[in-house]
Design a protein around this ligand. Structure first.
Ligand code: GDP
Ligand code: MN
Length: 397
């Protein structure tokens, strides 16, 4: 689950990380009200930032500076309602604009291959990490945290030196890097990214300037499987910005991941679902999704799964592969026939049901008289057929 910037910053603040004061507004008038105290407090400019879950807001025009409360309102009017990569902006974050001297990149990610948490840093901050990785991969420094002891002081210092952050910022950088690591661990995040982590110039009360490190942007994603341990984070979920199909799947308790192929898959059990996808690929087809309908699949679950699959316009055929254990074959077959009746869009369907009440299931499907339903006795046969019908089916308009 991705968090909005202002939610991510809340988690960073909870770890004591340096994040500039900010306010969230949903209207242009609210943005102006939020900006007034910053200007009254001496800020020369404020930054107005679109709160959307997609990256690259700056380039898309979703991050702008304003010099007066009036201008803040105008800028917020432009940004609110703006479309950024398909998402409509409904909220903006207002903060005193930082006077940036240098921008860095800092992130913690889960490195599955090394089974450790990886700290990544770069002196080329501000731009998206994918761009740095493509143009200058050597500019991204990597340090793996110790699996038991965490991110040790010397490891954080190593990263600081690699990023060119010695001298006055060394101590603060170590605190920030360890705070990012703690944010990752304590929230079961799989990504905590600060881009930019910036050296910011500030004018102090006596008129002299000082520089400090500040987290100006924050991106955090939480491991979905760990959300049951974090009810307070679940409350940060932004359903409006999620794919409606993902929202529906979660509400139905169905594991569903869209993949982009043409063959919809309805399977019970994650392992069987993976196997089914592998066999489709081997037979020359492309699975449209991973779908694990769960144990003891009942008719209503089957109907919900069918809706999820058919919501994808690329789907040209569906493979149903059910191993009846706790799930009863006849129950699934009834569900399939009912679901066909509820759907407006019909695509050919190849059904393989084995195990509990398989014979009953075959009878129900045969008696339905639905010309789009074929049954198969074995998985190999089912896969061969579904790949054939999917490639024969016309590309939907
Ligand atoms: P992103 O484009 O979605 O990653 O949004 P960011 O929050 O990272 O902002 C993009 C860019 O806008 C940053 O890299 C900065 O160059 C600039 N920016 C963001 N906040 C400030 C600020 O407070 N002051 C100034 N001067 N620039 C800012
Ligand atoms: Mn950024």
């Amino acid at each position: 689950m991705k968090l909005q910037e202002f939610h991510a910053k809340r988690l960073l603040l909870a770890k004591g990380l340096p994040v500039p004061h900010h306010t969230v507004a949903e209207t242009a008038a609210g943005a102006r009200l939020a900006a007034e105290p910053y200007f009254a407090g001496g800020a020369e400019k404020v930054v107005v930032k679109a709160q959307v879950l997609v990256g690259g807001r700056g380039k898309a025009g979703g991050v702008k500076l304003a010099s007066t409360p009036e201008e803040t309102e105008q800028v917020a009017t432009q940004i609110l309602g703006m479309d950024i990569k398909g998402t409509t902006v409904g909220r903006v974050l207002i903060a005193p604009a930082a006077d940036i001297a240098r921008e860095f990149y800092l992130a913690c990610v889960l490195d599955r291959s090394s089974r450790r948490i990886l700290l990544m840093g770069s002196a080329e901050g501000g731009v998206e990490i994918e761009d740095i990785a493509a143009s200058n991969p050597d500019a991204i420094k990597q340090v793996h945290a110790h699996p038991h002891l965490g991110l040790l002081d010397y490891q954080a210092r190593t990263m600081a030196f690699a990023m060119g952050l010695g001298g006055p910022h060394l101590r603060d950088f170590v605190t920030i890097a360890q705070g990012v690591y703690r944010t990752m661990i304590d929230n079961d995040a799989d990504l905590v990214e600060i881009n930019p982590l910036a050296i910011v110039r500030e004018v102090t009360a006596d008129g002299s300037t000082r520089e400090s490190l500040q987290c100006l942007d924050a991106k955090i994603t939480i491991d979905d499987s760990a959300l049951t341990r974090h009810p307070e984070l679940e409350l940060m979920r932004d359903v409006a910005e999620e794919d409606p199909v993902d929202v529906a799947a979660r509400e139905e308790g169905i594991s569903f991941i869209r993949l982009g192929g043409t063959i919809g898959c309805m399977v019970n059990g994650a392992g069987l679902a993976m196997t089914t996808m592998d066999l489709i690929k081997r037979a020359g087809g492309e699975p449209a999704n991973f779908l694990d309908i769960g144990g003891g699949a009942k008719a209503d679950k089957v109907a919900a799964a069918m809706s999820l699959i058919l919501a994808d316009s690329h789907v040209r055929a569906i493979l149903v592969n059910i191993f009846g254990g706790i799930a009863r074959g006849d129950e699934v077959a009834h569900g399939l026939v009912d679901a066909r009746g509820q759907q407006e869009r019909h695509v050919p369907m190849v059904v393989r049901i084995v195990g509990t009440n398989a014979a009953e299931a075959a009878r129900i499907l045969a008696e339905s008289g639905d010309p789009d339903i074929q049954t198969a006795a074995t998985l190999d046969e089912a896969v061969a057929r579904v790949v054939a019908v999917a490639s024969a089916a016309a590309v939907p308009a």
